[in-house]
Design a protein around this ligand. Structure first.
Ligand code: C5P
Length: 223
């Protein structure tokens, strides 16, 4: 199959909106591949910190993006030959990711790595700029969001389930700061792309959100 015929479903949105879980379940339901693009930024941030590279060192970070060995196997993620666990999901890792994600050369260096995930029979890609930059020819573009308060609560529950300590007020502050940085940056700012349809999950549970994406996809197929 020619690459341009492999369908991509782009699911973009702010952090802790639940888009990762929704995207993963949609991929499973459709038997498609899944790309967690945020994990790539998180992994690169982690690799930089391990090597003592500053999170502002644009050229060195872009170079590092070409060197790191990143592998996804199901739910397992490997960085330079070693498995990465929960440290990737901490607020610190998210914050480091958001800092390096503001650098244009870093984003450019990660483009091919992301596009490599496009394989038959299809891809569900989750991130911030899937619909606008990485896969502009996506067949379905969803902007999935929820109120900042709902997202802080979801992240709080998630961390508690993992046995990690959390403070809901601090989480809300962190989410708002990250939203601000992600929407204000000059390259690939977080925004609803042209042609994307809005899915506000504030009143929905995960299952309802998954069903909504699937029904929008099936509606396309029957056209
Ligand atoms: O989605 P996740 O919270 O894992 O992403 C971490 C950070 O990586 C985001 O706050 C954002 O700054 C950045 N990111 C991005 N573009 C993407 C995915 C993530 O800029 N496609």
């Amino acid at each position: 199959m020619h690459i341009s015929n492999i369908p991509v479903i782009a699911i973009d949105g702010p952090s802790a909106s639940g888009k990762g879980t929704v995207a993963q379940r949609v991929a499973t339901a459709l038997g498609m591949h899944y790309l967690d693009s945020g994990a790539l930024y998180r992994l690169l941030g982690l690799a930089a910190q391990r090597r003592g590279i500053a999170l502002e060192a644009e050229d060195r970070l872009a170079e590092l993006a070409g060197q790191v060995d990143i592998r996804f196997e199901g739910a397992d993620i490997w960085l330079d030959g070693a498995q990465v666990g929960d440290e990737l999901r901490t607020e610190e890792a998210g914050s480091a990711a958001s800092k390096i994600a503001a650098l244009p050369k870093v984003r450019a260096a990660l483009l091919d790595k992301q596009r490599d995930f496009r394989r038959a029979p299809g891809l569900v890609a989750d991130g911030r700029d899937m619909a606008s930059v990485v896969f502009p020819d996506s067949v379905l573009k969803i902007f999935l969001t929820a109120s900042a308060e709902a997202r802080a609560e979801r992240r709080f529950k998630q961390l508690k389930e993992k046995g990690m300590g959390a403070n809901i007020a601090a989480l809300l502050q962190d989410i708002q700061a990250r939203d601000e940085r992600d929407t204000q940056r000059s390259v690939a700012p977080l925004q609803q792309a042209q042609g994307a349809s809005l899915l506000d999950t504030t009143p929905l549970n995960i299952e309802q959100a998954v069903q909504e994406v699937l029904s929008r996809y099936h509606a396309l197929e029957s056209k």
